[in-house]
Design a protein around this ligand. Structure first.
Ligand SMILES: *Cc1c(COP(=O)(O)O)cnc(C)c1O
Length: 468
């Protein structure tokens, strides 16, 4: 068949644009085993052992399945301390796929966030962003900045069907500039496919308007482009004028409306570890490399081995090689989400790019937010079926560093995150059945309280116990 033959055939379902060459066994445990395991883990799914998990939807971070071409590329890694060939392969791939001239390679996304925050934020500065992300805000605050949320109100409403819930509210952004003065706003951090809003995209029109406002005020626009590929897909599907463009073209256009980006390559880029900071300005890049050599590694490897950089260069090219990859990726998330919608389970709408977010507030209305409903729901789901998910609510939001009070986010969610190219639709069926079962038994789920609460990024290592 020629390409036009394929195009003239009416499309029915999407299917994965790959077949499986290697498998990894997973095993189902007993309910008794899981009850003991969650107690040992202090009711925190981060503290479970992976071998006690049946289907692991904790995160899509670093859980990607690599391709044969990526594994092949790893054998070509150049482990030279300085000037590695693999660095130059990665630099060429990043320039082709994202379009920025300057590459600062880091061990993962937070390494890039650390360096960006340190080179641009002074104590007393204000950093607006379209909803916070845990590690991003941590590094902004650690550099002496204050994060201000400027996302549109619809993002905080799990039931709103706004097609671009990740958009910046330009009025909120303007009032931050008016209140603090542009000189105290070094940059706005614009996250693509906003993770904590449920994987919700930013529109190109909104990004362009935000970038215009930045340039009028001498403020940088820095993207968190970790999930920019999935954002590009939603722009193609939902925004007027983009249906005929490839995700590759749309991704380049997104990046063209910014001064730089931090990226965790453990997501879109189809590798298990890695990340980078990309910049347009050579002087800023020089400053960033100054810190890179102190905190990560020499500028031609940062935090990665040569083989990691080869796998990353290949993964980056692969993700935009055809639109079918991201179509199947988001399609699988939508498959799971639609099963839950059909069963009338309250989830964040529209279905996001990387996972399905259960609305724990709506599912457990009898558990007060102080009693950590999303944390309790994630634990209950694990006990039911061995499916591991993650809390994205009051525990993740942490405390205000000045007042010590809990941040009480409007969204109290459990995230079922789908790793890329790892699970099949049959796994998604099992997950949906378990969520439905837990939903039916929701009246029996009670709240939790902290028995150990770390000062920073508490959700990772906190321990809990059931109340009463
Ligand atoms: C995962 C993630 C990060 C942090 O990246 P790490 O590689 O985990 O350090 C930052 N921003 C977003 C949107 C992410 O999803």
């Amino acid at each position: 068949m020629t390409t036009s033959d394929v195009e003239s055939t009416r499309r029915r379902s999407w299917a994965e644009p790959y077949r499986i060459k290697m498998v990894e066994s997973i095993t189902m445990t007993t309910r008794e085993h899981r009850e003991a395991a969650i107690a040992d883990a202090g009711w925190n799914t981060f503290l479970l052992r992976a071998e006690d998990v049946y289907i692991d939807l904790l995160t899509d971070s670093g859980t990607n399945a690599m391709s044969d071409r990526q594994w092949g590329a790893m054998m070509m890694g150049d482990e030279a301390y300085a000037g590695s060939k693999s660095y130059y392969h990665l630099e060429a791939a990043m320039r082709d796929v994202y379009g920025y001239p300057e590459l600062i390679p880091t061990h993962q996304g937070r390494g890039a966030e650390h360096i960006l925050s340190q080179i641009l934020i002074k104590p007393g500065d204000v950093v607006p962003g379209n909803m916070y992300f845990t590690t991003t805000r941590f590094h902004q605050e650690r550099a002496g900045g204050t994060f201000v949320d400027v996302i549109i109100d619809e993002a905080h409403d799990p039931a709103s069907l706004h097609p671009f819930k990740g958009n910046v509210d330009l009025k909120k952004f303007q009032s931050v500039i008016d209140e603090f003065g542009a000189e105290r706003v070094p940059y706005i951090s614009v996250e693509t496919n906003v993770n904590l809003a449920g994987g919700q995209p930013v529109s190109m029109a909104n990004l362009r308007a935000t970038y215009d406002l930045c340039r009028q005020n001498g403020i940088y626009l820095m993207l968190d482009a970790t999930r920019a590929l999935e954002n590009a897909w939603f722009i193609q599907q939902r925004e007027a004028g983009y249906a005929a463009k490839s995700v590759r073209e749309i991704l380049l256009e997104i990046c063209s409306l910014s001064d730089g980006a931090t990226v965790s390559s453990k997501k879109d880029n189809l590798v298990n570890i890695g990340g980078f900071l990309a910049l347009r300005d050579g002087e800023l890049a020089r400053k960033a490399r100054g810190l890179l050599v102190a905190f990560e590694g020499l500028h031609t490897y940062g935090g990665m081995s040569g083989r990691d950089m080869e796998a990353l260069a290949q993964g980056m090219r692969e993700m935009v090689e055809s639109d079918e990859h991201v179509h199947a990726r988001v399609g699988q998330v939508e498959y799971l989400g639609n099963k839950l919608i059909d069963a009338e389970i309250p989830i964040v709408l529209p279905i996001g790019g990387h996972g399905v977010f259960l609305d724990a507030r709506a599912i457990l209305p009898h558990v007060a937010q102080e009693d950590l409903p999303a944390q309790a729901l994630a634990a209950a789901l694990y006990v039911d079926s061995g499916v591991r998910s993650m809390e994205r609510g009051v525990v993740s939001a942490g405390r205000d560093p000045h007042t010590g009070e809990n941040h009480l986010p409007k969204l109290e969610l459990v995230r079922l995150t789908v790793p890329r190219r790892v699970y099949t639709q049959a796994h998604m069926d099992v997950v949906a059945e378990s969520v439905i079962e837990v939903y039916e038994q929701r009246a029996s789920i009670g709240g939790l309280r902290f028995t150990y609460e770390p000062d920073d990024l508490r959700f990772f290592l906190a321990r809990f116990e059931p109340i009463g």
